[in-house]
Design a protein around this ligand. Structure first.
Ligand code: ADP
Length: 262
């Protein structure tokens, strides 16, 4: 009996280490898959606008191509639009690394979120309009003052609104609201798009996670936007939650302590 006991303990230890190795191998494999997906997405997203810009520039420089006012306008617009698309993608990748490189430091200033949102929406409605969508606002928080890093927090709001546009294929209605609740300021950004299945809702804030495309959507991206959003909201001691239903839409709600409550 006394001889059997050390063997039993040894077998259990061996079994546990085997199991741990298997888990590690699977995790490593999953990480490699995620990394490869990211690189191929990123390459695709950057290559497409670059080749379109290069083609348009070649057309402009080609003496054989007629240069009417209309064609000149067309190629110039292609170059401007594609350059914007390119910088949008680069910006998305840089946002997170800028925050991480700065060791998560924030430059907090007293900010009126109602004012900030109205300013952002002044520029953003163009994107909604381009999709023949509607913008509805109820920016009604009576105490809108919070301590935020304006650069990062503006990126957060843009990321959520960009996603609303990206993941609503038709008849977009973007609804933006602010209100106060239990000494906090709440902001909601809601769309009527493809929605997110329950099983994926917890994972969308993970770095590089994208809802598997399949028949859900075929929108390209890097799976970094929401991970950055969550990092920034956490760094402001706030919370973010998602409410979503497939084919009905998605609502993100951010809650931040108001200045009085800090
Ligand atoms: P990306 O959009 O680059 O894939 P994000 O981190 O912004 O990365 O989003 C992660 C995933 O969450 C997206 O791939 C998408 O599947 C899902 N998602 C995010 N926002 C929405 C939304 N408003 N509606 C539906 N799905 C969304």
């Amino acid at each position: 009996m006394s001889l059997l006991l050390p063997w039993a303990v040894l077998s259990v230890i061996l079994l546990i280490s085997c199991l741990l190795s298997i888990i590690l191998i699977f995790r490593q494999r999953r990480l490699n898959e995620i990394k490869n997906d990211f690189v191929s997405n990123m390459t695709h997203e950057l290559k497409t606008p670059v080749s379109t810009i290069s083609l348009a520039a070649q057309m402009l420089g080609d003496p054989a191509v007629s240069k009417t006012a209309e064609t000149l306008k067309y190629y110039t617009r292609v170059i401007v639009d594609e350059t914007k698309r390119l910088s949008f993608h680069i910006e998305k990748v840089l946002q997170m690394s800028t925050f991480e490189r700065g060791n998560g430091n924030l430059k907090l200033t007293e900010t009126d979120v109602n004012e900030l949102l109205n300013m952002i929406l002044d520029n953003f409605w163009v994107k909604v309009h381009a999709k023949h969508g509607q913008l509805r606002t109820e920016i009604q928080a009576t105490d809108p003052f919070v301590l935020v890093d304006e650069t990062h927090f503006t990126n957060v709001l843009y990321n959520l609104m960009d996603n609303a546009v990206k993941y609503t294929p038709t008849n977009l209605v973007l609804t933006v609201k602010t209100w106060n609740e239990k000494g906090n300021l709440c902001i909601s950004i809601q769309d009527n798009g493809v929605g997110i299945k329950k099983e994926y809702q917890k994972r969308i804030f993970d770095k590089f996670f994208r809802v598997p495309t399949g028949n859900v959507h075929n929108v390209k991206g890097f799976g970094l936007g929401l991970a950055y959003v969550k990092q920034i909201v956490d760094a402001h001691h706030g919370t973010i939650k998602v409410e979503s239903e497939v084919n009905i839409g998605t609502k993100f709600i951010i809650t931040l302590p108001t200045l009085k409550n800090n």
